[in-house]
Design a protein around this ligand. Sequence first.
Ligand code: NAP
Length: 290
Amino acid sequence: MSMYSHPVRSLSAQPFEVPLAPVTTTLLTGASSGIGLEMARLLAARGHRLVLVSRGADRLHAVAESLQQAHGCEVFPLAIDLSEPGASQRLFDETCRLRLDIDMLVNNAGFGMVEEHVAIDPERLQRMLQLNIVAVAELCHRFGAQMKHRGSGRILNIASAAAYQPTPYFGAYGASKAFVLNFSEALAKEMEDFGVSVSCLSPGPTATAFFDEVDPRRIAGGHHFGVASRADPGAVARAGIELMLSGGMSRVVGLGNQVLVFANRFAPRAMVAALSERLLRPLDPERKPA
Ligand SMILES: NC(=O)c1ccc[n+]([C@@H]2O[C@H](COP(=O)([O-])OP(=O)(O)OC[C@H]3O[C@@H](n4cnc5c(N)ncnc54)[C@H](OP(=O)(O)O)[C@@H]3O)[C@@H](O)[C@H]2O)c1
C-alpha cells in the first residue's frame, strides 16, 4: 500500500495522454487547518490545481473533497509528516510520480511551543526544527531548482512577527522563523533573475489551532498571547496570496505588528530581549495567588 493518500480526482488509466490545460499547480503545506486552509480556499477559488500536504489524512481528504466540490478544481491530498527526516524528498518524488509540475510552492506548515527552552521535550524540539527550518529549506531546494530550470515559479514561505526579535520562552520557534525570514529574502535575490519570486509573510498572533497545545492557564491574564488580539486567518491568508502573486519579498501582517517590528530596529537588542522576556514569560498554573 502506498504511504500516500490518493488524489481526489481519480487518476484514470492514462490520465496524461490528453495534454493538461495550462492550470497553475500549487503545492501548499499545512493545508488542513488555519492559515493554510484559508489559502487553499483562495487558491481553489482562483482555479489552481492543488497539492495539499499535512499529516492527518482524514481531515486532509475532507478538505480536498470540499474544495473540489465547491470549485471544481483538481486536488491531490498527500498525507506526509514533514517533521520526519527525508519527508521533503519523498514529497518531491511523489509529485514527480504524479507528473505534477509545481508552479507555486507555499511552505506554511509549522508549529511552536511556549515553554522554557530547557523544559521542552527534546524529541518535540527536533521535530519542530525539522518542520520549521529543514523542510522549508529542502522544499525550496527541490522545487526551486525545478522552477529555475523552467524559468518561472513562485514561492511563499510563512515566517512570523516572532522572527524579528529574540523571543524568550518561545526562543527556538522565534529563531526558526528568523531562519525562514532571512533565508527567504536571500533566496529571493538569488532567484530574481531566473523568473522565480520568493516571498515571506510574517503574521502576528492569528486565530487558529496554533495555540491549542499551549496550556491556556500559562498564557492567561496579562501574558502577551493572552491579551494580544488574534487576526482572522482568512485575512492573513489573503495577505499571503497577494504577496506571492505580486512577487513582493517580505511583509509583516497587521499595523500593530508592523509598528513593533519597525520600532525594534532602533532599540538596543538587550532591551528588546528584556521586554520580550516580560511579555512572554509563561504563568505558573501551580502558583497560589499572593
Ligand atoms: N497562528 C498564529 O498565531 C501564527 C502566527 C505567526 C505565524 N504562524 C505560522 O503560520 C503557519 C500556519 O500555522 P496556523 O496558525 O495556521 O496553525 P494550525 O491551524 O495549527 O495549522 C497547521 C497546519 O500544519 C499542518 N502540520 C502540522 N505539523 C505538520 C507536519 N509535521 N507535517 C505536515 N503538516 C503539518 C497541520 O495539519 P496536521 O496537524 O494534520 O499535520 C495544519 O494543517 C505556521 O508556520 C505558523 O508557525 C502562525
